[in-house]
Design a protein around this ligand. Structure first.
Ligand SMILES: [Zn+2]
Length: 467
């Protein structure tokens, strides 16, 4: 039913995303450069500096921001504008969320210093340009414009710029969800990883994240008899752990086609055209999926495999202290990820089956997968916005194999989409910018993204069809 309404409404809809005034773009660029110049490398984070900056920007417009600082320096800012009196519809709040912490940068490997906010060669450079201070600015600008232009909003609008996402979110969104849920509870949230250009066989695709795999980081522990290094034994803790790690690394988990992965791959297939589409669809067919993956570049193949199975990736090893002493304990840390439909317990059961008996497993951190249906008026609006702003491109709902703050938000029922629009040229691969050297965002991509973002937010908050 919602779709029929949407199609009718779309008849009279504008055919392009409205441009923003040059002054607004200048202002947004200024905020982005200022935020990039603030070193919020996590650890230690120091997100309080970004939170205070945003607080002062809001204060100049008469907007109150609340800073939550559960540990010294680890701060998140939240601000809210209420639906105009007499104009409130039935929908819950819309949350615009981003994280202000960034991962470390090796300054010597960068063309421009990572915390300079330099503008050069048509790009803004800096750690966080893509992940994800640009989105902080998208949210900030939409929030400011809503106030400044007096949008007659029919839902509450919440702005959140949170700490600690890069280290799991315990002191950021995780803390807010556990301790101040009412501050961030919303019907929908817009968050990172979505709305960027993916160039595929000469076609442009815009993935919008609707789901994330679950996570289970665990320690796999082998214990055995200690002894002298001159007397080897095949059942030592080290030997058994090594064999178990080898089993985990070499034997992929069984393929399982979940609805979000199928939607993503079918969406790519539709965009790719009939012949290549056929090939992409083969990825979803047991028996054909393996051979099909061998025909695509390694990095893509690994990604498809992660979309279609649980994974257990050994990442740390520890055992022994001296050359000639057989240690009694050997430990591997494993990064486990599991698809929607699986549970932490079910996943660990499968791990136990694979490594065999005689190991103990200690969970370090775990959370369930998240999934938001793309069958909502908001998702349709995001699709419409991107396809209007880049005619000929295709929007595809995406399953993220990593995780974001969406996982914490899903615990209080917030439905999150990844929507940080950026139109990227073919020579810039989005995923390579994440956590890489020379992280940067093209000025054009930022301007385009800001206009898409503001347009989508404004329409969702003010058009009668979304009330
Ligand atoms: Zn991020």
């Amino acid at each position: 039913m919602a779709q029929g309404v949407l199609r009718q409404a779309a008849v009279g809809a504008p055919t392009a995303v409205p441009a923003l005034a040059a002054l607004v773009h200048d202002e947004a660029l200024g905020h982005l450069r200022a935020l990039l110049a603030i070193d919020t490398t996590n650890p230690p984070g120091n997100e309080i500096l970004a939170a205070r900056y945003l607080e002062s920007v809001l204060a100049r417009e008469g907007l109150a921001g609340e800073i939550h600082e559960p540990l010294p320096g680890r701060a998140s800012l939240v601000s809210r504008q209420r639906a105009a009196p007499g104009n409130a519809g039935e929908g819950g709040a819309l949350l615009l969320t981003s994280h202000t912490d960034v991962v470390a940068a090796e300054a010597s490997r960068w063309t421009h210093p990572p915390f300079s906010g330099a503008v050069a060669d048509g790009c803004v450079w800096g750690r966080g340009a893509v992940d994800m201070k640009s989105m902080t600015v998208y949210g900030l600008m939409a929030f400011l414009l809503a106030k400044r232009e007096g949008w007659p909003i029919s839902r509450d609008l919440i702005l959140a710029a949170v700490a600690d996402e890069e280290a799991g979110g315990e002191w950021g969104m995780g803390w807010l969800v556990n301790n101040r849920p009412e501050a961030v509870r919303a019907e929908f949230a817009l968050n990172e990883v979505g709305g960027f250009t993916l160039h595929l066989f000469g076609k442009r695709v815009y993935p919008v994240q609707v789901a994330e795999k679950g996570l289970c980081w665990f320690r796999l522990v082998a214990e055995g008899e200690p002894g002298h290094g001159s007397l080897p034994r095949p059942d030592s803790a080290v030997a058994r752990l090594a064999a178990a790690v080898d089993r985990l690394a070499r034997r992929p988990f069984p393929m399982r086609v979940t609805p979000p992965a199928a939607r993503f791959i079918r969406g790519l297939a539709r965009a790719a055209g009939p012949l290549r589409g056929l090939f992409l669809r083969a990825l979803l067919v047991p028996g054909l999926s393996g051979p099909a993956r061998r025909l695509v570049p390694r990095a893509r193949a690994r990604h498809f495999q992660a979309l279609l199975s649980d994974t257990a990736n050994p990442t740390c090893l520890a055992a022994g202290t001296k050359e000639n002493v057989v240690p009694s304990r050997a430990v591997a840390v494993v990064d486990g990820r599991f698809l929607p439909g699986q549970t932490v317990e079910g996943f660990l059961e499968e791990v136990r089956r694979r490594v065999g008996p005689g190991f103990s497993i200690e969970t370090i951190s775990a959370h369930a997968p998240t999934e938001t249906s793309p069958d909502t008026p908001l998702f349709e609006l995001l699709r419409e916005t991107l396809e209007k702003a880049d005619p000929g491109a295709t929007v595809v709902p995406n399953l993220l194999v990593g995780y974001t703050d969406a996982a914490a938000l899903s615990r209080i029922g917030v439905r999150t989409y990844g929507f940080t629009p950026m139109r990227l040229p073919p020579e810039i691969e989005f995923s390579a910018l994440f956590h890489g050297h020379d992280e940067r965002i093209p000025l054009d991509a930022f301007r385009w993204g800001l206009e898409c973002f503001v347009d989508a937010v404004k329409r969702f908050l003010t058009e009668p069809r979304f009330r």
